[in-house]
Write a protein that binds this ligand. Structure first.
Ligand SMILES: [Zn+2]
Ligand SMILES: [Zn+2]
Length: 288
């Protein structure tokens, strides 16, 4: 069996849950196939997340066409600096992005703002800070974009979906400084126990992805074990972060049960209890 093989369908969950963060537009299956496979294992709702203007429009259209899909719209933290400065690594040479400056960022944010008003759009994100892929030259544009998304989420009463990669302290600082929206979700939660306590005190949701199953992820499992059950969500972030034992193979929403079962073990609760909690939490976070 090659590493590219699609993992098999896991045993269905008995209690329906949502995949709180996925990218159907980056997966091999069609939307219909992806949703049908997910529904077959009782993953009955997915949040489709846009990462740029085009992807956010697509997310909104897809959610409008499918009752089991809600959308989140945003400029990804790595996208905002690209809009302002272009991409020195060759993106623009591939027929893509020329530097557009601040005016281009404002224009893109205006479109995100327009999409955020739509009823099927329940989240603004993924936004936040990414110090792994974006260097110091992009940090100002990234933070400006993050703050603009926080403002948009609050004005429209939508959940804020945070992407935080190697930027925990600054993400928490900006949120506290700008004032977090009523419902804030840390997608692909990657903090430690201490940060989980800060998130819990602030009422931030923590959404765990397939990497919680990885052998080297004990600190993440420790964070999960202290996170209050009423603030826990589950996600695939598919096509990325396929849970063990399928690491390296394509991820999709139908693999949520694999991650959820590993999480239930960490929490010391049975699968149905965790699934029920997650189902309620996700509906509360995204107000559906
Ligand atoms: Zn992300
Ligand atoms: Zn994502």
């Amino acid at each position: 069996m090659s590493s590219k093989d699609t993992p098999p369908l896991p045993e269905p969950l008995r209690v329906p849950v949502a995949d709180s963060h996925t990218h159907l537009d980056m997966q091999d299956a069609t939307v219909e196939e992806g949703l049908a496979r997910a529904a077959a294992v009782n993953v009955t709702t997915v949040i489709q997340v846009g990462c740029d203007v085009k992807g956010s429009r697509w997310a909104a259209e897809t959610a409008a066409a499918h009752p089991s899909v809600y959308a989140a719209v945003a400029l990804h933290p790595n996208e905002a600096p690209r809009i302002v400065h272009g991409d020195p690594d060759g993106w623009s040479r591939q027929g893509g992005r020329e530097p557009g400056g601040k005016a281009a960022l404002d224009e893109a944010l205006a479109e995100i703002d327009r999409l955020a008003a739509l009823d099927q759009v329940r989240g603004v994100g993924e936004t936040g800070l990414d110090y792994f892929r974006t260097g110091p030259e992009g940090m100002a544009a990234q933070e400006e974009s993050f703050r603009a998304h926080i403002e948009i989420a609050k004005r429209h009463g939508k959940a804020l979906v945070i992407h935080d990669r190697e930027a925990h302290a600054d993400v928490l600082r900006v949120l506290a400084d700008a004032g977090a929206p009523e419902r804030t979700v840390f997608h692909c939660y990657s903090g430690d126990v201490a940060m989980a306590r800060i998130c819990a005190d602030a009422g931030y949701f923590m959404s765990f992805a397939g990497n919680v199953t990885f052998k080297n992820a004990q600190p993440l499992r420790d964070a999960l074990s202290v996170a209050p059950i009423e603030l826990i969500l589950v996600e695939t972030d598919a096509p990325f972060l396929t849970p063990a034992p399928y690491r390296g193979r394509p991820n999709a929403p139908y693999l949520i049960p694999v991650t959820l079962r590993a999480m239930a073990e960490v929490k010391g609760v049975d699968e149905d209890t965790l699934a029920s909690a997650i189902n309620e939490n996700t509906a509360r976070a995204f107000d559906y």
